[in-house]
Design a protein around this ligand. Structure first.
Ligand SMILES: *Cc1c(COP(=O)(O)O)cnc(C)c1O
Length: 388
C-alpha cells in the first residue's frame, strides 16, 4: 500500500442520525405506563402508512427479517413449498423463507443488481407459493413481469423493502407494489428505531393478520377483551412486537425522512459525477422516468480485470479514511449455509458473482456532505489507479 495517503477526514459508510429530539422522545416514552401496546406504536404505524400513500396499511415489527418471516407465516408458506428469491441479497431474504421449512429458490440478478425478471417464470414449479423481490440498493424492481407471472400462476408477491424507503415505481411506493412489503429500521438504513421494521400492504385484512401473528395470535376482537386479563388465543403466533421507545424514535425520524432523502439524492448525484471519469469502474444504474431510486448507497462495480484487486482498493480507501461496504459479499445461494443445504450450480449466478466479488458500496448517507463526496471520489480514483 502506498504511504502518500494521509487521512484528512473520516468519511464513515453509515451513521445513525440520532439527535436530541430522538433522545427526548425515548425519555418520554420510558416515563409512560405503557412500554408496549401504547399509543406511540399506532401513531408511528399510521404515519408510516400515510407516508407511503393513502391506500397503505402498516403494522410495526421488531425487524425487517421478522416482517418477512411473518409475511410467509401469513401466506401459509411451509414445508414442501418454494419461494423465488433473488441471489444478490441479504441473508434475511432467504432465511425468512428457510425458517418456515419452505425452500428458497434463487434467481440471478441482471446488470442493475435487481432480480432478473426474465428468469422468474422458468423457476416456478407446482410447489411455488410466492415471489420475493428486493429493491437493490434502493432501485425499484420493474414489476410488470413479476406481477404478470404472479397473477398467471396464483402466487403472492413479497417485497423486501429494507433498502427502499423513498423508492417508487410509476409513482407507487415500494411496499405497495406486491401483496406485502417489509421495511427495516436497522441503525444505518434510511431511518432507524434501533432495531425495528414495518410490514405494509394495501389490504387492511392482511395487516390485521400480521398484527395478530406478531403478538402470539391473540384474539383481539372487542368481545374477547371486555374483561381485563381474559382473552382467547385464536391461532399460532410469535412475539415480534416493537416497543414504545422504538416507536417514539421512529416518529421523530419520520419527521426528518424527507431531509435525509434529499441529502442522499444530492450526495448520489455529486458522487456519480465525481466518479464518471474513473476508468475500470461502472456504477449501478440511477432511477429513471418510471423508477425513483432510494439511494441507500452507490454501488461501483469494477471491470473484470480489476476484480482481483477489489479488497486492496477497499483497504486503501479505508487508509484514506473512507468507509465502504459490500452489498453483498457472496451470492446467497453460494454462501456456506446454502451451498451445504442445496448444492447449487456454482455457475448459475454469474451476474450476482460480478457484483459480490467485484463491487464496492460507497457511502451517500445523510451524515455526509458534498465535500465528503469529493473525498470519496478522490480516494476511489487514487485507489483504483494504483492497481492499474
Ligand atoms: C438489512 C436488510 C435486511 C434485514 O433487515 P433487519 O431489519 O436487520 O432485519 C433484509 N433485507 C435486506 C435486503 C437488507 O438489506
Amino acid at each position: 500500500m502506498s504511504s502518500d495517503s494521509s487521512v484528512i477526514k473520516e468519511v464513515p459508510f453509515g451513521r445513525p442520525m440520532i439527535g436530541e429530539s430522538e433522545k427526548a422522545a425515548v425519555m418520554q416514552a420510558m416515563s409512560s405506563p405503557q412500554l408496549v401496546h401504547g399509543p406511540r406504536i399506532h401513531e408511528f404505524e399510521d404515519a408510516f402508512a400515510a407516508m407511503l400513500g393513502p391506500d397503505a396499511y402498516a403494522t410495526s415489527v421488531s425487524s425487517c427479517t421478522a416482517g418477512l418471516h411473518l409475511s410467509y407465516l401469513h401466506l401459509g408458506v411451509g414445508p414442501g413449498d418454494e419461494v423465488i428469491v433473488p441471489a444478490q441479497t441479504h441473508a434475511a431474504t432467504a432465511h425468512a423463507v428457510e425458517v418456515t421449512g419452505a425452500r428458497p429458490v434463487f434467481v440471478d440478478c441482471d446488470e442493475s443488481g435487481n432480480i432478473d425478471v426474465t428468469q422468474i417464470a422458468g423457476h416456478v414449479t407446482d410447489r411455488t407459493k410466492a415471489i420475493c423481490v428486493v429493491h437493490y440498493p434502493g432501485l425499484p424492481v420493474v414489476m410488470d413481469v413479476v406481477s404478470a407471472v404472479a397473477s398467471q400462476k396464483g402466487l403472492a408477491v413479497v417485497e423486501d423493502c429494507a433498502l427502499a424507503i423513498g423508492a417508487s415505481l410509476d409513482g407507487v411506493s415500494c411496499g405497495l407494489l406486491g401483496d406485502l412489503g417489509s421495511f427495516s429500521f436497522y441503525p444505518v438504513k434510511h431511518m432507524t428505531t434501533g432495531e425495528g421494521g414495518m410490514v405494509v400492504s394495501r389490504d387492511p385484512d392482511v395487516i390485521a393478520s400480521i398484527a395478530s401473528l406478531k403478538a402470539f395470535g391473540y384474539d383481539r376482537s372487542a368481545a374477547a377483551r371486555t374483561i381485563p386479563g381474559i382473552y382467547d388465543i385464536a391461532r399460532l403466533g410469535i412475539n415480534y412486537r416493537m416497543s414504545e421507545m422504538a416507536a417514539a424514535i421512529g416518529m421523530v425520524q419520520l419527521g426528518r425522512i424527507n431531509g435525509f432523502d434529499s441529502r442522499r439524492k444530492a450526495n448520489a448525484k455529486v458522487l456519480r459525477e465525481g466518479l464518471a471519469g474513473i476508468e475500470g469502474v461502472r456504477l449501478l444504474p440511477d432511477g429513471d422516468a418510471r423508477r425513483r431510486h432510494a439511494n441507500y448507497c452507490l454501488v461501483a462495480v469494477l471491470e473484470p480485470n480489476l476484480v482481483q484487486h477489489r479488497n486492496s482498493i477497499i483497504l486503501h480507501m479505508k487508509e484514506m479514511g473512507v468507509g465502504t461496504s459490500v452489498y453483498y459479499p457472496v451470492p446467497l445461494p453460494l454462501s456456506a449455509y446454502y451451498r451445504g443445504r442445496y448444492s447449487p450450480d456454482p455457475d448459475a449466478f454469474p451476474n450476482a458473482k460480478l457484483i459480490s466479488e467485484g463491487s464496492i458500496a460507497l457511502p451517500i448517507g445523510p451524515h455526509l456532505s458534498s465535500e465528503d463526496m469529493a473525498i470519496v471520489a478522490e480516494s476511489m480514483s487514487i485507489a483504483v489507479k494504483e492497481v492499474q
